[in-house]
Design a protein around this ligand. Structure first.
Ligand SMILES: [Zn+2]
Length: 214
């Protein structure tokens, strides 16, 4: 399945000449097939497959304007121009609330479940409308699957999303499922501390009887 969240975001330096990008500098980002011979020298420079660790099928590359011409065309499946933005310090997380983005991450990083493919796709479309993700390339895979390559606008992460080709009837069903997943969980019942005073109103709430096994 061609779902992959390449967690490496936009690089701080050019993948070819290793020059550090300046804030606001125009750069070129690419998705390359690691199996291509021609990309091997660049992968080597980036650290390659150290410790014999297997390379991912695709890598994300960021290069400066000058180095763009040196990119091996046959290895590149997606190329776009972007702007480097210096990383912001991480904002203190307020309440851990499930957002479309956090849910998408969770689903992609979780188990490979074919049932999640439509949900992942709808979430990606939602995030695209919110301008959080930018669609960079649409590719037809040899098996007929439609793969959409998105870039996270802020940090440049590249995400591969399989387009499940939803029918008009399926869309509302998937949207409903997404809404359910995003709905905040019902507030946990608040445990009342045992009141110290004797003025305990003795009403309703019967003590929870332990359920008897049948
Ligand atoms: Zn360069």
């Amino acid at each position: 399945m061609a779902i992959e969240w390449n967690l490496r975001g936009r690089s701080n330096t050019c993948g070819c000449c290793e020059k550090a990008f300046d804030d606001g500098e125009k750069l070129f980002s690419a998705v390359a097939i690691t199996a291509a011979e021609s990309i091997a020298p660049i992968i080597e420079k980036l650290g390659g497959s150290k410790d014999g660790k297997e390379l991912p099928e695709y890598i994300r590359l960021d290069v400066c304007k000058e180095c763009r011409k040196t990119l091996p065309k046959d290895a590149i499946i997606s190329l776009w121009q972007g702007v480097y933005t210096a990383p912001e310090p991480p904002a203190p997380e307020a309440l851990p609330r499930e957002t479309a983005e956090s849910l998408l991450r969770k689903l992609i990083e979780g188990e490979d479940n074919p049932d999640n493919v439509p949900v992942i796709f709808v979430l990606a479309v939602m995030l695209e409308r919110k301008k959080i993700l930018i669609e960079r390339t649409v590719r037809h895979l040899p098996d007929g699957t439609l793969m959409r390559i998105y870039e996270h606008k802020k940090n440049g992460e590249v995400i591969f999303i399989t387009d499940p080709n939803l029918s008009l009837e399926q869309i509302p069903i998937v949207q409903q499922r997404v809404a359910e997943l995003l709905a905040p969980p019902p507030p946990a019942p608040v445990e009342q501390p045992a009141p110290a005073s004797e003025e305990t109103p003795t009403e309703e709430t019967p003590a929870e009887a332990p359920s008897t096994e049948e």
